[in-house]
Write a protein that binds this ligand. Structure first.
Ligand code: NAD
Length: 450
């Protein structure tokens, strides 16, 4: 398969503007004509509410395709570069060159968006591409395979379904770039496999994204935004989901009351019965989350929720107060509906807590204090920072999306996706005019003095 794709790439099939535009338009048709099937696959895989599927998977993808369609000509045209006296007379430009045949490996939590958004970047940049969706979202994976085969040019775009063994086989091949979305643990395996061929990687990983809450905030809006950012985004199974909250001892009771109040307003007295929340993806992840919750020093810290039902893979929105720092829930990425709150003597300590841990994919702050906002944005290291909201930076195509340190490397979205799959080639056009003898031997003192 790879040989065939490479042949297409080498023959120039994917390079032209027209081919790229045609494939992007086909992706748009998939969004427009197959939204009900996509929503239904997401319902099967994750019990994802229709609105969440339509907005966070289909609409975001549609926006991304439309932007590429609109901007592609501009993105593809070379950028003029300044020249200097040393090269005079000459002109220079930076040419965005497709890399070749690229591999996209994606995760199960947003199986459409996280599969097709990088594919939009790969196609825009003129590459042939193989997509490997996650086996943990099987309905989405098989729908992706069916739709891409039906609509896209199979000489240059393919889907390979499968789990570890199929991915391992793919990773043995030589790719021109690997774009991986998933856990940091598997990210290391991907990077080691890529290193054998000196293949560059983008690693879109996860981590524990903190939310710092100052007492000088709009409490009602803060609580509502945290709730939709946590439970309203795939029930906490999102890479930029709030993982834990940091606030002061004094403010915590007020915050907990507000969260309880708004949770009840959103999901009713029995959130386990709400149709507006996804379920846990499978029993392995249910058991992983249960284990976090059942640790003795943790289970006694539940201040809200805690109910679970393995039969229908439901865990209620659960808030915990001051769990031990060495507990499982504070050592690993939660990736589910549990939300610990850690209290501090003062907000200043939050900077130390964040700094003492691996760099997160996102860090959030709620405050009306301008100085604090600026300090947070300039001193906290994270893939991205949002002040006074959760996760919305992901929807802004003018911002790069990606991690730093253990939360990943490289970035995408908007033009950054095009760049992630392009080589920035330096091209210098020299003239035969102005040829000086200084640079040519025989060298002499006189030439230096010149
Ligand atoms: P995962 O690492 O288990 O799986 C992701 C992909 O890796 C799948 O396609 C899977 O088939 C493949 N894979 C699994 N084991 C493998 C192995 N041994 N060798 C080769 N390939 C293998 O991740 P996940 O559980 O699907 O996703 C959850 C993680 O992804 C979380 O950490 C989350 O934060 C992160 N994530 C990050 C982003 C982002 O944009 N940064 C988005 C979504 C999820």
């Amino acid at each position: 398969m790879l040989t065939e794709l490479r042949r297409s790439f080498d023959a120039g099939v994917t390079r032209g503007y027209e081919w790229r535009i045609t494939q992007l338009k086909k992706l748009l048709i998939i969004c427009d004509n197959h939204e009900p099937e996509i929503v239904s696959a997401l319902q099967d895989d994750l019990g994802k509410p229709e609105l969440e599927s339509s907005v966070y998977e289909v609409a975001l993808l549609r926006n991304s395709i439309k932007l590429a369609l609109k901007q592609l000509k501009d993105w593809m045209s070379p950028d003029k570069a300044k020249t200097s006296l040393t090269t005079f007379p000459a002109s220079a430009e930076i040419v965005s060159e497709p890399l070749g045949v690229v591999l996209v490996i994606s995760a199960w939590n947003y199986p459409f968006l996280l599969s097709l958004d990088p594919v939009v970047g790969a196609i825009s940049a003129g590459n042939a591409v193989v997509l490997k969706p996650s086996e943990l979202a099987p309905a989405s994976s098989s729908l992706l395979a069916k739709l891409l085969e039906q609509y896209l040019d199979s000489s240059a775009v393919r889907v390979v379904e499968g789990a570890v063994s199929e991915t391992t086989l793919l990773l043995e091949q030589k790719w021109d770039k690997i774009f991986y979305t998933g856990s940091s643990r598997i990210g290391r395996i991907i990077m080691m496999a890529a290193a054998k061929h000196l293949t560059p990687v983008v690693l879109e990983l996860g981590g524990k994204s903190p939310v710092v809450i100052d007492s000088d905030t709009n409490l009602k809006i803060t609580a509502k935004r945290i709730i939709v950012g946590k439970w309203g985004c795939n029930n906490g199974q999102a890479c930029i989901s709030p993982d834990y909250i940091l606030t002061t001892k004094e403010y915590a009771p007020k915050l907990i009351d507000a969260l309880k109040h708004e949770l009840e307003a959103f999901y009713g007295k029995n959130p386990m019965e709400s149709k507006d929340m996804s379920r846990i993806v499978n029993s392995n992840h249910f058991d992983r989350l249960s284990k976090m919750l059942e640790e003795k020093e943790v289970s006694e810290k539940i201040v809200y929720g805690g109910q679970k039902n393995k039969e229908n893979l439901n865990i209620a929105p659960t808030i915990l107060l001051d769990v031990p720092l060495d507990s499982l829930i504070m050592s690993e990425e939660i990736f589910g509906p549990l939300l610990p709150i850690l209290t501090l003597n003062n907000l200043e300590e939050s900077f130390d807590v964040i700094r003492s841990r691996p760099k997160p994919l996102a860090a959030y702050l709620f405050t009306q204090n301008q100085k604090l906002k600026e300090r947070f944005a300039t001193t906290v290291s994270a893939g991205g920072i949002v002040v006074n909201d959760i996760a919305v930076h992901l929807a802004l195509h003018t911002l790069p999306f990606g991690g730093v340190g253990e939360s990943g490397m490289g970035c995408y979205h908007g033009k950054f996706s095009f760049d992630a799959f392009s080589h920035k080639k330096a091209v210098l056009y020299k003239s035969f005019l102005g040829d000086s003898s200084i640079r040519y031997p025989p060298y002499s003192r006189g030439k230096i003095r010149l």
